[in-house]
Design a protein around this ligand. Structure first.
Ligand code: FE2
Length: 135
């Protein structure tokens, strides 16, 4: 399993969103590295916290624009965000209570979901955002 790399195929052609996606991918990679190096629980927990916090911040940014631009697919898209947040929050709780490890399965889930979400759902809002002048 390799690290994620941001490249043009992941671009939504909106600077603020691309920058956030790059940062999020970097954080997922940090978690992956820490897991591979079998870092301690406390360090993993800190990295996981940062990743979760940034995910919330990033989804809030997208959703703020959905509301502002009256984006057609806002409800489905927010629903996808919500599902991811719930799953990751639950995992974080389990991890903090020592009921779960950062495993390859978890890493695969985070990576696959993020890439798939950017390539499918995020790319759908590009036209709407561009029409409202967000580049
Ligand atoms: Fe999204």
């Amino acid at each position: 399993m390799s690290l994620l790399t941001w490249d043009e195929t992941l671009s939504v052609e909106i600077d603020i969103i691309d920058e956030q996606h790059k940062k999020l991918i970097g954080m997922i990679n940090d978690l992956h590295e820490a897991m591979k190096e079998r870092r301690g629980h406390e360090i993993l927990s800190e990295i996981l916290d940062r990743m979760v916090e940034y995910t919330h911040f990033h989804f809030d940014t997208e959703e703020k624009y959905f509301d502002l631009f009256h984006y057609d697919h806002a409800i489905e898209h927010k629903h996808q965000h919500h599902g991811f947040v719930e799953k990751v929050d639950q995992f974080k709780k389990d991890f903090e209570q020592n009921n779960a490890d950062v495993s390859i399965a978890i890493m695969n889930f985070l990576k696959d979901w993020t890439i798939h979400h950017i390539q499918i759902a995020d790319k759908q809002y590009v036209q709407c955002f561009h029409e409202h002048g967000l580049e």
